[in-house]
Design a protein. Structure first.
Length: 377
């Protein structure tokens, strides 16, 4: 006679119930975990942040290393607005910044993290809310990376680059259709119902970032909404001429001579790939006393040559080689930078880096160009 199945006995039924309960508990835990991970990967919309800003908060605003006009402009514009709303605001830059943004109202109050690390860490540790502007992954903040990752306060992302690290932020928006983070700060103020709080300082900072990231409105990102934004700022009294002077007519003689030297001696045209390559050794930076931000815009010069669809610039920095890529039409700079040079950014504008020597990274760039031939013709 075959033995009875133990589950048919009373003790066996108890065992079944226990196993069922364990299974249900396991499934519930898995479901909770899935929902938790889903919540982490999907930032809450900025509209849900507005109630948190009804009471005074300690707010820190930060951006990417070596902030440009959009990064600094968006940080300062948001800072001016939040101070008017009664918040205690500090702006912290991971590094130094270019002199051509020093005219922006409020730059004198920005903390350079590398210079004042202890004070900046103290401010960061006491923050209720941290706004992260014009970058989408903490590694873009250089030496601030580990600190930002460890903080438990509310973190907010406002950015327009591709592939954000959404899991690191509780609230935020990442919209690649936007021209600039400054445009997104303008949208933030409008959505909050505070457009009338845009004063001359806020308007100047917003306009500077929009101008910088749209290439003075010549890039495709300068959509109709951008021009509507500018029209609104003009109605509020914006003096756009002074801002252009601050951004573009604010350099020393050595930079102009450096640009001439680079275009004459460091630019190579690869017509078979409709590509231009500029290679700048460290010795050039030293010889012409080139400072932070003074190589900005160099990568755009080759696009004035007929037929050039892809322009690349590599600069020999102390710790690594820094790449900049610009394209016209359907060549995807973001994918190119992510695939070959540890970088990313926008479809037609991105950056990268390499730890190889200048000679090796240039050789690597030329080696992959034939693989892009169908996209560059």
């Amino acid at each position: 006679m075959a033995p009875l199945c133990p589950f048919l006995k009373a003790s066996g039924l108890i065992m079944v119930k226990v196993l069922v309960l364990i299974g249900m508990a396991f499934c519930a835990a898995k479901v909770r975990s899935l929902f938790h991970n889903f919540a982490l990967l999907h930032m809450k919309p900025l509209a849900e942040l507005f109630p948190l800003l009804l009471l005074p908060r300690k707010v820190v605003i930060t951006t990417h290393q070596k902030p440009d006009a959009d990064a600094m402009g968006s940080s300062l514009a948001l800072g001016h607005y939040l101070r008017k709303k009664g918040h205690q605001v500090s702006v912290v830059s991971p590094t130094n910044w270019a002199d051509f943004v020093n005219w922006m109202p409020g730059t004198e109050m920005v903390l350079n993290y590398e210079q004042k690390t202890a004070k900046a860490n103290e401010i960061l540790a006491s923050a209720d809310i941290i706004f992260c502007l014009d970058f989408n992954s903490f590694h873009r903040t250089k030496s601030m990376t580990a600190v930002l990752q460890s903080l438990l306060c509310t973190k907010v992302l406002i950015d327009h680059h591709q592939e954000p690290d959404s899991a690191s932020f509780m609230y935020g928006i990442s919209d690649t259709s936007k021209s600039s983070t400054c445009e997104m700060i303008y949208d933030f103020l409008v959505a909050a119902g505070d457009a009338d709080m845009i004063d001359q300082d806020i308007a100047a900072c917003i306009y500077a970032g929009v101008v910088g990231d749209t290439g003075s409105f010549r890039f495709a990102s300068a959509h109709a909404g951008v021009h509507s934004l500018v029209a609104d700022l003009k109605r509020r009294g914006l003096d756009h001429g002074k801002i252009h002077e601050g951004l573009y007519d604010n350099f020393l003689e050595n930079r102009l001579r450096f640009i001439g030297h680079v275009l004459l001696h460091r630019m190579e045209i690869l017509y078979e790939f409709n590509t231009a390559l500029i290679v700048i050794p460290k010795s050039d930076l030293i010889d012409f006393n080139i400072r932070t931000g003074e190589t900005d815009g160099l990568v755009n010069y080759p696009h004035s040559i007929q037929g050039i669809r892809f322009a690349a610039l590599v600069i020999d920095r102390d710790e690594e080689r820094k790449w900049s890529f610009r394209s016209k039409g359907l060549f995807d700079c973001n994918t190119f930078a992510r695939t070959y040079f540890e970088g990313g950014g926008h479809y037609n504008a991105s950056g990268g880096r390499s730890r190889d020597s200048l000679e090796k990274t240039v050789a690597a760039f030329k080696a992959v160009l034939p693989l892009q031939l169908s996209l560059l013709n």
